[in-house]
Design a protein around this ligand. Structure first.
Ligand SMILES: [Zn+2]
Ligand SMILES: [Zn+2]
Length: 238
């Protein structure tokens, strides 16, 4: 038995894990609910959000500052949706390694994915930042925690301090596509600690959920204007 399994067993004894979906005392994703986790089959272009093989941005959609591709792993439904909400609003940080393991396990068996090609060029991982005021209220940025776990596994570096949120935006929840775009406009900046243009070539921009994509497109735009060559968007769910 490894140290981690012993630690897991002990922790489970002290803080029993309940399934995020049915509440049964077992694991966060129990054997009955796990099959309800849906992987995304159809990949889309992050600019027009229409189907696109492997998640590449369509050549016709590409502009100087657009995202280069998008990988969303799961459908935003069932146990995945519940776990993301629990992490975000109920601060169940134990879910971070569990969700990260699920993401890695779903991505690894598909070496033909465009995303793997991107991993090979050693991109830096940048999680979508929260405004410091919001982070203060929540104590942590869930995307930052998961990005760190993923980067550890993929042997990549995380840059939490590079992209900043300069505007305290309203929640995107409940807003229509146009309203989301307006709400997030000019929300990000590259920290003034860094000289421009940045010497970062490739970035994986990470967020928990892709809804209309306006947050990711806006952040990607800021990074590219600052000198980043390629930005690939990665989200847990869509
Ligand atoms: Zn369950
Ligand atoms: Zn497109």
């Amino acid at each position: 038995m490894t140290d981690t399994t012993i630690k897991d067993i002990l922790l489970n004894f002290i803080f029993p894990r309940r399934c995020v979906s049915c509440g049964k005392l077992a694991a966060y994703f129990c054997s009955i609910c796990s099959p309800m986790i849906r992987t995304i089959g159809l990949t889309i272009c992050p600019v027009c959000t229409k189907p696109s093989p492997f998640g590449y941005t369509h050549p016709r959609c590409k502009t100087k500052y657009s995202l280069d591709g998008l990988t969303s792993v799961f459908r935003y439904t069932g146990p995945i949706q519940k776990s993301i909400k629990m992490l975000k609003y109920r601060r169940v940080t134990d879910l971070v390694p569990e969700l990260s393991k699920l993401i890695i396990a779903r991505i690894e068996p598909f070496p033909q994915y465009a995303f793997h090609k991107f991993l090979k060029v050693k991109p830096v991982v940048i999680p979508i930042p929260l405004h410091w005021w919001r982070k203060r209220g929540r104590w942590f940025n869930q995307s930052e925690l998961i990005a760190e776990e993923l980067a550890k596994d993929w042997n990549l570096e995380v840059r939490n301090n590079l992209l900043q949120r300069k505007k305290l935006t309203n929640s995107q929840a409940g807003l229509k596509k146009d309203e989301r775009k307006a709400n997030i406009k000019d929300a990000f900046e590259v920290s003034s600690v860094f000289d421009l243009p940045l010497t970062v070539d490739h970035v994986i921009l990470f967020d928990d959920v892709w809804t209309t994509g306006s947050t990711m497109r806006e952040a990607g735009n800021v990074l590219k204007r600052a000198g980043v060559t390629k930005v690939w968007a990665l989200t847990i769910a869509r």
